[in-house]
Each structure stands twice: as C-alpha cells, then as structure tokens.
Design a protein around this ligand. Structure first.
Ligand SMILES: [Zn+2]
Length: 461
C-alpha cells in the first residue's frame, strides 16, 4: 500500500448524498453503472475507504470518537481526474490568437524554457496544484518541461500534498529552440534517473513523455519505447492528431508511415499503458488500431475549441465493436479552464456539434472512473469503493444563485448532474478530500465591505 502510514490509525467519516460509478454508462444503463446513495456515509481509515453505504446501515459500525462531517446540500463523488494537462503552461493560459504550431512556437516554448529555474518551477507548481484542489481534481496526468528539475519540483509538490499524480519529463530533440532540446541519449538517461527516483514513491507514477512526433527524432522515439519496455508499469503519454496542419507535418517528417498514429505504432509506443491527447482527426482505421492495442485517448474539449483544432468524436471512440478507453483532459494552458465541471460542459457542446448527446452521467464517468480505467489506476481511484484511496469532491448544488434556482427544479439525479456540469465551475466545489483528509474547503463568501457613509448625510431608507 502506498498510502501514508502513521503510528495510530486515522479515521474519518463523511455523510451526504453519494454518487459513484460501478460500471461504464456508455455500455450499461445508468441505473446499473451508477450507485446513488441519497443519505450515505463513507468511513475512511488511514486514507483508504473502509465502508460506503446508507448512513442508517453504517452508523452502528462507527467508533463513537470519530466525528462525522455532514454535507447537506451536496453531492459527494470520487475526485475528478484530469487526463491531460501541462503544469508548465499554467502562465500562458488565455494567450491570444494562435493555432497549434504557432501557439507552441510563440507561447509554449519560450515559457517552458523558464523551468530550468527551480524557484520559478516551484512557484508555478504550487499555483497549479492549488488550482487542481480548488476545482476538485485529485489526480492528473501531467506534462512537465524538458528540464528534469521541472519533474523533481512536480513530484515534490505532489508528494507534499499526498496526491495521486502521474507525470514526466518532456522528450524533445528537434524542431524547437536549442535551449529546450535534449538528445535521444540525454532524454533517456534523465528519464531513467527520474523513474528511479519518483516512480512508485508515495502515490506518484512516472509517465514517459515524448511531446509529439514532430519534435522527436526516430532515435528518440526508439529510446522512449526502450524505456517503456524496461519499465512497463510506467505510463507513456504523447499527443496525436490534434490539428490538420500537424497531421500533414507528421506525414512529411515520416513519409514511410501510414499516417500519424502509425509513427507511434511503428516504434512500439501504443498499448494499454499509453495515453494519447486529442485524437481529433484520427481515421476509422486509426481508431480501430487504438482499440486493438488498448491505447487510451484524452479528450480535451476546451483546448480543441480554443485553438480551433476541431471536434473530437466521442461516440466513435466509445463504440461497442471496437471500444477505446476515453477520459477528459483540460490541456492547460491551451485549455481554458482548470474546472473539470466546465470541461464536462464543453465536452457536451462539442458532442452536440457532432450530432451526439452526452448525458450528465456519461460526462461524469469520463471525468472519474472512465479516466481511472484509461490510466490503469481504477483499482486505486476513480470511484468511492471499499479498498480504494479516499479521494473525494463535494459538489454544492446551490453554489450560485442561478445553480440554486435551477437545481430546485430538477426531477432526477441525472438532471442534477447535467445542471452542475453546464452551470458549475470552481464555485461549485465545496470541498476536496485527499486520502480521507480535507485538502480544500471553499471559503465562505465575504460580505461586501460596508460603504463609508458620511455622518452629515444619511441616505433615505
Ligand atoms: Zn497537451
């Protein structure tokens, strides 16, 4: 077990409306894949869920010394999982007017060059992790920069907060400024050292991270595949088919390959520990190949809309014949929100643009258990279940006047979830728990400052 050990057991109990997945709602009816406990209790011991069920049936088991924390206007669900993001791009969020390749050259590469400075990296990492918790995100698969130090800082911060995080050093040996290039050998060596230091330490998982085919030579993709074979329980993450110009560029760089995905396939980079970001322009043959190899896709709707990249077809991925595992990613900083609720809302809109309606249950699945399944960590997180790590988010259905007003009218849990996903954001996150410990609680709204009235004149009442 990788959770925190202490000399005495730590017990916590949380009461409220619990909503959690037991299956995939894309392939099973909602009432068979979603567990709904209107007045539920979760008992946590040393970071692990010991019991979850109706309050009335569990309260007798509770040690009298354990205080029950009750959330009466909320929904308690597993913590959100962000399947694709870049902590080193937190500062360039909301940068104007570029598509993918220009975005990288103009904003991303100059910013990522700053991460060889440990102090700068630490400052940004802390902002990034604070934002995750404020938004109810308890796990993320993260790109660091090419600097190994950026990875040390990332895992130090993750460990300090005891969060289940996955990430790694960007591998990039061509088509970028010299200051942020490694070589096939130096990238391999640095990754090897980082895996030895961080992979499996606490709740950390290392992700071997070639940025994408255009910035890696054949030798580097070979080295990445070798690393992954040597450390098969690491994750391998990269980008694929985000933008049409990028797809064409890859074809010109790798003229002997049958398209973008085939570059990764050729070097042995696909498989059930591989996560590809975007996949907006994958062909039917490429989708089938993702399914055959077990490769997962991170759908990043706010980023795809922001950079004008295109519309991901979630219904083509989640098909019964050749299903692909899919989760949602924010893709900060091309993504525009840290909030997974807002990302769910944008995924809904993108699916509508392609003629497919994603309901509130499916959306929540993509941000919790679906992402955990995609990352191969569903035995640890992604749902509230006995034996799993106790990472939760408490959502407030009355967080804003509009949300409260709209929530009064809902007639089902499905409708309530959808309303939260369309109207909710960081304000709807009342609390975030990491391994059973309160890691974030939304501050009460401060009242507006009292106007300083002059004593000589009083306003008429
Ligand atoms: Zn990305």
């Amino acid at each position: 077990m990788s959770h925190k050990k202490s000399s005495h057991t730590r017990e916590t109990a949380i009461r409220g409306h619990i909503v959690t997945f037991t299956g995939d709602p894309f392939f099973h009816p909602a009432n068979e894949s979603l567990r709904d406990i209107p007045d539920g209790l979760i008992l946590v011991q040393d970071g692990i869920t010991q019991a979850v069920g109706p309050y009335d049936s569990l309260i007798a088991q509770l040690d009298k010394n354990v205080v029950v924390t009750t959330y009466s206007d909320g929904l308690i669900t597993a913590g959100f999982i962000d399947m694709h993001t870049h902590y080193v791009q937190a500062s360039i969020i909301a940068s104007f007017g570029k598509h993918l390749i220009d975005w990288l050259n103009h904003y991303t590469f100059p910013e990522e060059a700053r991460f060889s400075n440990r102090e700068y990296a630490t400052t940004i990492a802390r902002i990034f992790f604070d934002e995750l918790l404020r938004n109810g995100t308890t796990t993320a698969l993260v790109f660091c920069s090419v600097s190994p130090q950026s990875v040390d800082v990332f895992f130090e911060e993750a460990s300090r907060r005891n969060m289940r995080m996955l990430g790694g050093k960007v591998l990039m040996d061509r088509n970028a400024p010299p200051a942020i290039l490694d070589t096939a050998q130096s990238g391999y060596d640095a990754s090897k050292r980082l895996i030895a230091q961080w992979h499996g330490y606490g709740r950390n998982t290392y992700a071997i991270t070639p940025r994408f085919a255009p910035t890696s030579s054949e030798a580097q993709l070979e080295a990445a595949a070798a690393l992954h074979r040597e450390h098969p329980d690491t994750i391998l993450q990269t980008h694929v088919s985000e933008n049409i110009a990028e797809v064409d560029w890859v074809q010109s760089l790798y003229p002997n390959r049958q398209g973008y995905l085939d570059v990764y396939d050729h070097f042995g980079l696909l498989g059930n520990r591989t996560v590809l970001a975007h996949g907006v322009h994958l062909t039917a043959r490429e989708n089938a190949r993702c399914s055959e190899t077990g490769t997962a896709i991170a759908h990043c709707p706010t980023s795809n809309s922001f950079l004008g990249s295109g519309l991901f077809r979630v219904e083509l991925a989640k098909n019964t014949e050749k299903p692909i595992r899919v989760g949602l990613g924010t893709d900060i900083g091309a993504g525009t929100r840290f909030s997974m609720l807002e990302t769910m809302g944008e995924a809904y809109k993108v699916a509508e643009m392609t003629g497919f309606s994603l309901d509130g249950v499916k959306l929540l699945y993509l941000a919790t258990l679906g992402a955990a399944e995609s990352l191969g960590i569903a035995d640890k997180v992604g749902s509230i279940a006995v034996g799993k790590e106790a990472d939760f988010v408490v959502l407030d259905t009355k967080a804003t006047p509009l949300l409260a007003f709209r929530s009064q009218q809902v007639e089902s849990l499905q409708e309530q979830l959808f309303v939260l996903e369309i109207l909710g954001d960081d304000r709807a996150v009342a609390a975030t728990y990491i391994a059973g410990e309160l890691a974030y609680r939304r501050a009460r709204q401060a009242p507006p400052p009292h106007p300083k009235l002059s004593t000589s004149k009083k306003e008429p009442v």
